[in-house]
Design a binder for this molecule. Sequence first.
Ligand code: ADP
Length: 557
Amino acid sequence: MDEDHSRQLRQQNILAKFGELALQSDDLDEILTEACRLVGEALGTDFAKVVELQPDGNTLLVRAGVGWKDGVVGVATIDVADDTSEAYALKTGEPMISPDIDEETRFRYADFLIDNGAKAVANVIIIGGKDRPPFGILQVDSRTRREFSEEDVAFLRTYANLLAAAVDRLRVLKEVRDTSTRLRLAFEVGELGSFEMDMASGRTTGSDRYHRIFGNPAPGADWTWDALLDRVVPDDRDNVADAMRSALAEDQELRIECQILRGGDRALRWIELRGRQDSEEGIRLVGIVADITDRKLAEQSLVATNETLEEKVSDRTALLAESNAQLDAFAYTVSHDLRAPLRAMEGFARILLEDHGAKLGEEGERYASRIVGAATRMEVLINDLLAFSRVQRADVAIKVIDPARAVRSAIAELRGSGFDESVVTVDVAPSFPLVRADRTILAQVISNLVVNAAKFKAPDRRAHITIWAEPRAEGVRIWVEDDGIGIAPEHQTRIFNVFERLHGQESYPGTGVGLAIVKTGVERLGGTYGVETSLGAGSRFWVELQAAEDGAREEPA
Ligand code: ADP
């Protein structure tokens, strides 16, 4: 009884001693080693260890111990296999005792235990913190066979729980330290000052940087919300006071951007202030402040740059429009003024031919004829260019008109230019839907399509042109279809550009201006255009214009 009593007393002493150490020390290895030493002493084995469950969940590492040879503590591991006492202790949370390893039939023990002379083992789990896996196992070893009494086991349980609490305390401590390190770094990198304000008095304590941002002489300066408001420039002061009032009233995050006159150098700075209420101990506002002057200046200069950029773009656009208009006028004048000397040249060459042909001789006559030919081609070119220029420059008068008129006048023009009706036949639809367009421009567009349809006929074959229109979702589409030579796919876009031609003058004379007139004209009418064709299979050119409203009547010219 006496012996029991003194053992109990020893064990209680040891619990108390360990409890003190566990609260004082921040060093996990020191706590674990001391735990092993004391438990060995308490149970009189002087032989114990703590094995720590590794993150993989399958290995236990001998983290601390007493009575072991070199090469065990910090090195040896135990596999958490099903047939070990450690696995069993971890799984069930119950203490596992092997009074004699040699006689043990339930479990297998790691070799290093036997090598170190362990004969008996008691395993007690060291639980983890809330919702965490166990930390590991406290193992009391014995070099001789040993029965662990009920009292021993009860002591070990209490002891292991104390150890678990100590380990968890250190884990939490480490987390808090890590978090505050991260926070401190974030504050440094973000150049943020932090503060706490008592809402009743407005009294504020701030970090060094907080006070530097406000230009206060020393940290710990006697600083209040009113003093802060005093630094805010008069224009911003009411807004800042309002923001604070409504953040308090609505229990919301405080968020202020304002300008201050910094203490000391009286420099004008932008600051951003954010805070949240914390009502645990009275009402406090906890928050951060940053000097955002550089960002603000950058933003302002960006806005200024954008404004000047916009101004520049609109200036340039106006300049460009003006120089385009000048260019158009120039082209028109040049073309127009070229006509008179050209006519003179042509006229004189004809006179030479007609009145002085005999004197010129054969060679002279040939040259004079070539002058007449060249002058004629040039006149065609000048006329086409003038027509193109007119489509670009003409005033557009959009009216409700009947496309049939434009078609009729195009065909009349074709006849006037001497096309042979026995070679080219034209079929025109009996009626057309009314459109909204400019009469002159539409006539030019249709005329160029019809002239081309007649011109690009297949050689040695009669040509047939069909002209009709159909209502579309977006408007009215007018078609000019021929059964001529067609156009290869790769050329179907570029032929609408000015001077783009696919043939030499000998096979198909022309200037390459006709389809440019179609394109520009349709664009000026707000319509669209296109062609469906392939080489040798005829072409279907179309233009799509705005439809007249239902029931509208054609307006007079
Ligand atoms: P031009 O008729 O004076 O050559 P255009 O601008 O009217 O100039 O036409 C450009 C080119 O597009 C023509 O040279 C021709 O190669 C091709 N093209 C135009 N219309 C047709 C058509 N109906 N069939 C085949 N090719 C055409």
